[in-house]
Write a new protein. Sequence first.
Lengths: 276, 276, 276, 276
Amino acid sequence: MCRWLAYSGSPVSLEDLLFKPTNSLVVQSKHSRLGAETTNGDGFGVGWYSAQPNPGVFRSTEPAWNDRNLRELSVHARSGRVFAHIRASTGTAVQQSNCHPFRHDRWLWMHNGLIRDFPAVKRDLALAVEPGLFPDIEGSTDSEVFFYLALTFGLEQDQPAAVASAVGFIEDVGRRHGIENPIQMTVATTNGDTTWAFRYSSEGVSRSLFRSTDISTLQAHFPDNVLLQGLSEDARLVVSEPLGDLQGAWEEVPESTCLVVHGGEADFLAFSPTAA
Amino acid sequence: MCRWLAYSGSPVSLEDLLFKPTNSLVVQSKHSRLGAETTNGDGFGVGWYSAQPNPGVFRSTEPAWNDRNLRELSVHARSGRVFAHIRASTGTAVQQSNCHPFRHDRWLWMHNGLIRDFPAVKRDLALAVEPGLFPDIEGSTDSEVFFYLALTFGLEQDQPAAVASAVGFIEDVGRRHGIENPIQMTVATTNGDTTWAFRYSSEGVSRSLFRSTDISTLQAHFPDNVLLQGLSEDARLVVSEPLGDLQGAWEEVPESTCLVVHGGEADFLAFSPTAA
Amino acid sequence: MCRWLAYSGSPVSLEDLLFKPTNSLVVQSKHSRLGAETTNGDGFGVGWYSAQPNPGVFRSTEPAWNDRNLRELSVHARSGRVFAHIRASTGTAVQQSNCHPFRHDRWLWMHNGLIRDFPAVKRDLALAVEPGLFPDIEGSTDSEVFFYLALTFGLEQDQPAAVASAVGFIEDVGRRHGIENPIQMTVATTNGDTTWAFRYSSEGVSRSLFRSTDISTLQAHFPDNVLLQGLSEDARLVVSEPLGDLQGAWEEVPESTCLVVHGGEADFLAFSPTAA
Amino acid sequence: MCRWLAYSGSPVSLEDLLFKPTNSLVVQSKHSRLGAETTNGDGFGVGWYSAQPNPGVFRSTEPAWNDRNLRELSVHARSGRVFAHIRASTGTAVQQSNCHPFRHDRWLWMHNGLIRDFPAVKRDLALAVEPGLFPDIEGSTDSEVFFYLALTFGLEQDQPAAVASAVGFIEDVGRRHGIENPIQMTVATTNGDTTWAFRYSSEGVSRSLFRSTDISTLQAHFPDNVLLQGLSEDARLVVSEPLGDLQGAWEEVPESTCLVVHGGEADFLAFSPTAA
């Protein structure tokens, strides 16, 4: 059920980020180590910020391991803030508009997990989306409706509070439909300056999530690692699973946590849904 | 803005129907003679009934003139009831779930035209869809929401009345949003036994629509025409534009009309929207 | 490196054949049990014979597990002779013209395995193809060149001899280029009446290959198995790996063997390459 | 039969180049004014140079007017040297490996036109390709074989001479097969520093080709044109057809000419094929 990566720091080649690591996201698309599904071949997406105000989004329904254009873009694009996602559909159609990350103005959003029994709650959730935002929903996934709920609840103003409200609302609607554990999620969202990553599930057994540890210590230990050596001190990665076997490079994000990454700061906040 | 074809009669090769006529639907995909757009290259779809209760639907985002699988399927499939549609998007994404015909159980639906200013009215229209049907909406087009409104208003029971109610509702919502001519349409729908075709627009200047005239007369006049000679006496075609230049072969469907094709019968009913 | 299935017998639904078995070919596309690769997601193809002289071929670059049109076709098409193939590319591009089965007039051909170091020998192999056939090569795979070599060496006249000559030639060219084990293969080919299946590799350790055992015994043992009950007595399957766990249903095809399936007969012939 | 554009000069946004002009290449993909075909919807490609030694190539089988990823890439990529091509197939498959521009190391190549009766001469032409280059041919087009012939005849050393030899060879092979006018072409090739553009056909009636005139004069005349104002004095465009109606902006490239663009210099050389 999907794997993702969020990078911020000095501009890096997308190729270094997405293809070169031992357990890169492209490798995970065929053989995920920690995912609920080993194959994440139902499309992928990359969001990246350049000199433009809004990020670019390149999405495709092909498996990431096969897409030649992804490789071409990755060799030639550099960015200081990158979101990338590989998809394992939980039932909705494999089409570009269902690939993550989703974009709204400056904002990107990607999700690993699911809203359980989505067909049963889809209408109630969609109706709660701010009417002015409703026509912007392009695809048919739970993840995109979740994004638009977060926007409705104020994502552009107070991110942890908006996501807490959206999750609280989803859990409330789900329980009213008799669904025991309405949501399972790791989510990342960014406005291009700060990244917020969430790990939560109604059942308290959430999908895996890791953040990179201090880059300068790692650079000292692994002087031959090309990706590491190119990174600035404030570079930070948040990933569904470690990109390789470097000991000490990765730290698990705890359950029910929001990780806020701004420059070199990466702070944990406790996260719990807000009752509707 | 799209072209379509609805066939009923003795089982025919899809190739004879879709590829062989001079101005076949596949030819129209590149060079429509009468369409609002000359190019209808934003995907296509074919629905056909076989021995199964529900029809098959083959849809693709490639232009029909390029799709090799469409040609293969057409050579090998025969059917006594075929819907085919080529798309010129009016703005929504080019993806399989936006290609016509749409299917619900035994029912097929295809549309040429548009609901004007759809983003402005989409939410109001979607909310009116029967809640149990809502999660079945897979794509993002006006045409599919129109189908689900018709189902909501009783398409499976009384087809002309259901479409009249759906159109009346769409016009009412549109006018409340200040949209002058809310709908432009030729629509075909079938349950596998009868086909209903509608020609209507709020402004009274509707997209072109034709029905074939008596087959036996045509067969006598054109003894060398392969498609014609293979047809049973009760074969009927309803098309956005004539498939060739056979004089006398095609008769225009009048404005504000519902054409009901059942066996060899093809009767005109007056059509007008029902006020909500 | 690919999995395939060859069916002959009473007309069956492609859905029963490709989707319904426990370890169906579509299941194998994501999780092969015995393949060199567990994921066979680099496209697929189905070839089937209908009333037309030449078979239809439906090929796509999407993973088989995702392709909606494959499912639609499978529900509605029935055939008494079906070839199906799921691809794991050994390096050449993922494009329709590289998907198996390949077709030449009435003939189909599909291959699991590879010609080793194909770039080094491609030119020598392509030059040996009959000049009149050369322009019909559409893709860039080793498997298609192998097919055209077999046609050049007389596939339409004496199938085991033609394949033996083609393999002998490939081994000879490979060894002249210093390649130790030039070919690894299971291959199936048919003219619509008889199927020839080959299991061979230069190193004598070939990809897995199985044939179904006597259908009537199996039908007696498994009265609830839907696919089995619909089959005629002369139905025969040749598969890269068993489609389920029915004990006694599958028999391994020995190394260096050609299996000839004609009606209910399925005979083993010894197979060895013919020196050029 | 295809349209193309070659840009060199100060780095520009691909969006300004490919989407914003009145008669942009993307507009031409649906409605070409001067092309042999009005619709060029059989795929497209963009090649662009960044900080990497070799150019990036983004190619797709979708019509350019529909491809969302082309638009995303165009908004975010800037380059001082861009090749772009929209395809109208003359018969070969619509697949990525048949989309222009083709790349070999630092070199790009794109072609509008055709080698007549290509199936008849394909083998003779392919055999003349340098054996070491032969396995790099990935697709099935005449245009790619033409590129590899040019490379074989020394494209990396003396470009006008290599193309003259390749064309001479193609005409010779064609005539030996009884083909009256073996080649029709406008071609562009670049190594990232210089662009060579050729206009030639055996019959002396070649596809249209234009170059931009002096930029500073144009900038003075059209102070409101966004694309123009962003260009350096040495910016040069070579295009199949003018990108708009600016009077005096475009000059036709004469028949049988090679145009060499290096920095602000754009010189005409007479071009004629070299007898083999």
